[in-house]
Ligand binder design. Sequence first.
Ligand code: ZN
Length: 228
Amino acid sequence: MDNEVAGSALDEQRKKNRGRMARWRARKPDRVKARREAEAPARRDKTRARWANDPEFRARQKANKRKWAEAHPERKKSAERARDAARKEQTRERSRRNYEKNKEAYLARMAAYHAAKADERNGKRRAREAAEPEKERARTANRAAWKKAAAGRISKEDIRSLCVSQFNACLYCKADLVDGYHIDHRMPLSLGGAHSLSNLQLLCVPCNQRKGNTHPDEYESRIGFIRG
Ligand SMILES: [Zn+2]
């Protein structure tokens, strides 16, 4: 009789304790999580050991995994994606470490590569210039205009027609353009000028440098140039 009473009191006490623990867990999810995480390595080791030593367990786990994958194709896919993303990070991290380790050699190799490429490019450019100078000038001017986000294109024929109409002389000082010339945007691109034939003129290098980005009316009145 006494034992029975004592037994049921113990049950009662256990029930109370369980309730208290459940309430504590509900109040402190962070602590629960921290504990689960702290115990994770030991749990993983145990599972690994079982996986290695217990073929039945292994078969059961595999079957469960297959069943889960069939039941949750979406979640399987997202898990795979997460795994690939994690590996990508690892790969990136590894190459970053390798780069840091071999930085000097890597940079030297890149510099040598670019130097060789630049030589090759410059050689090709010089050959093109020699063959068709106006074509190369048009190309360079188009590229520069494109970089400044200006619309329009010019051709080697445009430059040749300017040479003819200006009698091969700088528009301002009449210096011979054979000594070198710049393709000038009469209204500078920076002031909204167009990159097109009607806004182009050929100037000797000093004149072009003096004009710079000045408004054409201002510059021409300064040097006393009257447009014919
Ligand atoms: Zn000039």
